[in-house]
Design a protein around this ligand. Structure first.
Ligand code: SF4
Length: 218
C-alpha cells in the first residue's frame, strides 16, 4: 500500500530547490559539445563522474571528432577508458554511437529523445542528460541520486526511475527542470548520501519526510 504523500505548494518546491542548490557544490561539466557530452554520459554509467570525465577527455584528446572515433579500434578505445566500469562494453558502445551519429544523423547528435534512445547505450536517463546538458531542453534525468532523494523528501513515492521522472515532471515547475539533475547529484554525493544521509547538516529538514519519520522514531 502506498504512503500518502505530503502535498508541497509551488512556493515550497521553489524554496526547497533554492536551499538544495545553496548547500550543493557547483556541478563540473567537462564538455559543452553535444557529441562529447553524449560520449561522456555513455561512459558514466555505474562510474564516478571524475573517472568518466577523465576517460572522455582521453578520447577527445586522441580522436577530436565523431568521425575519427567512429573509425577507432575497440582495443585502443578500451585502453583509453580502462578506468571506467565495463570498459570493453563501453568501448564498443562509444564507437557504435559515433558510427550512428555519422551514418544516420549527418554527424550531429539528435536533440530528440526517441532518436537518442535508438542509439545503443543510451537509455532514458542518458537521453535526458544529453537533452538538458547539450541542448538546454528542459528535461529531468533520473539517476540513483535523483530517485533516492525525491523519495526521501517525499516529492514522489516511486520504485522505478522512469516513474520518478513522470512524478517529478508533475511536481517540479518546468523552469526548474534544467540543472535539477546536476544539483541533486552533487547534493546526493555530499549531503543526502546513499547509505547515511547527513541530516544533521542538511538545510531542508523542515520539508523532508525521511527526516520527520526518523525524528519520530528516535
Ligand atoms: S533531511 Fe536528510 S534525508 Fe532529508 S534531504 Fe536532507 S539529508 Fe536527505
Amino acid at each position: 500500500m502506498s504512503t500518502k504523500l505530503r502535498k508541497f505548494s509551488e512556493d515550497d518546491i521553489r524554496k526547497m530547490a533554492a536551499m538544495i542548490k545553496e548547500q550543493s557544490p557547483e556541478h563540473y561539466f567537462e564538455f559543452k559539445d553535444p557529441f562529447w557530452i553524449m560520449i561522456t554520459t555513455i561512459l558514466s554509467h555505474r562510474t564516478k563522474d571524475e573517472v568518466s570525465n577523465l576517460a572522455g577527455r582521453n578520447l577527445h584528446e586522441k580522436y577530436h571528432s565523431a568521425y575519427n572515433l567512429s573509425k577507432a579500434s575497440e582495443e585502443e578505445v578500451s585502453k583509453l577508458i580502462s578506468k571506467v566500469g565495463f570498459a570493453n562494453v563501453k568501448a564498443k558502445r562509444v564507437i557504435g554511437a559515433a558510427q550512428i551519429v555519422i551514418n544516420d544523423f549527418e554527424g550531429k547528435v539528435p536533440n530528440d529523445i526517441d532518436l537518442l534512445m535508438k542509439i545503443p547505450g543510451i537509455g532514458r536517463k542518458t537521453a535526458n542528460v544529453i537533452l538538458s546538458d547539450a541542448f538546454a531542453i528542459p528535461s529531468i534525468a533520473v539517476d540513483t541520486h535523483v530517485h533516492r532523494i525525491s523519495n526521501r523528501i517525499g516529492l514522489c513515492n516511486t520504485t522505478k526511475p522512469d516513474i520518478t521522472e513522470e512524478c517529478l515532471k508533475k511536481v517540479i515547475p518546468q523552469d526548474l527542470w534544467l540543472g535539477f539533475n546536476p544539483t541533486l547529484v552533487e547534493f546526493g554525493k555530499t549531503i543526502c548520501k546513499p547509505i547515511t544521509p547527513r541530516c544533521s547538516v542538511c538545510n531542508i529538514t523542515e520539508y523532508c519526510n525521511y527526516f520527520k519519520k526518523n525524528q519520530k522514531k528516535s
